[in-house]
Ligand binder design. Sequence first.
Ligand code: URA
Ligand code: SF4
Length: 192
Amino acid sequence: MILITWEELKEQCLSCKKCKLSETRTNVVFGDGNPESEVLFIGEGPGAQEDASGLPFVGRAGKLLDDMLAMIGLDRSQIFIANIVKCRPPNNRDPLAEEQEICIEWLRAQTALMRPKIIVCLGRIAAQVIIRPDFKITQEHGKWFVKANTHMMATLHPAALLRDPRRRPGSFEDFESLRLKITEICERTELK
Ligand code: URA
Ligand code: SF4
C-alpha cells in the first residue's frame, strides 16, 4: 500500500543522505516531466549540468533526447524522466552497485505511484537494472519486454549517440517502435 503522495516523496528524496553520493552532490535530481503520464524514461545518473540545475538530461545528451522525443510527437510535459541514481557520481564514473541498490528505492516508489504503461531505459545501466542484469544493449535495444503489465524497452543512451553518430539510425528505429507502442496501448498520451 502506498502511504505517501508524490509531493511528499519528492520532499523526502530531495534531502536524502542514504548513500555517499550525497556528500559530493549539489542537487538531488528527482526527475522532470509529468508524474501522471503513462511513459517513464529512466537514465543512469546526473552529470555535471544536471547536478548544477537539479533537472535530468539538460546537457548535450538531454538536448538530443528532446529532439528524439519531438521526432515522435512528444515533449517533456507528456512523459516523466528519472535516473537510477539521483545524485551525480564524482567525475561521472558509473554509479557503484551499492549506490544503485540504495537509490533504486526512490525510483521504485516513483514507479509505484506513477504506474506507467511504458518504461524506456536509456542506456545499458538502466536496462540492466530494470530489464535484466545481463542485458546486452547493442543487441537488444528496441526489443519489448513485459513485466507486471508494464511494457519496457531499452534504447541507446543519447550520450552514446553523441560519441558514435553511426548508431543513430538504430535509435531512430527504437523511437519509431515506441511511437507505435504508445499509439497501441496508451490512452491519455496524445502524440503531436
Ligand atoms: N545522463 C543520464 O543518464 N542522466 C541524466 O540525467 C543526464 C545524463
Ligand atoms: Fe540518496 Fe540516491 Fe542521492 Fe544516494 S544517490 S544520497 S540514495 S538520492
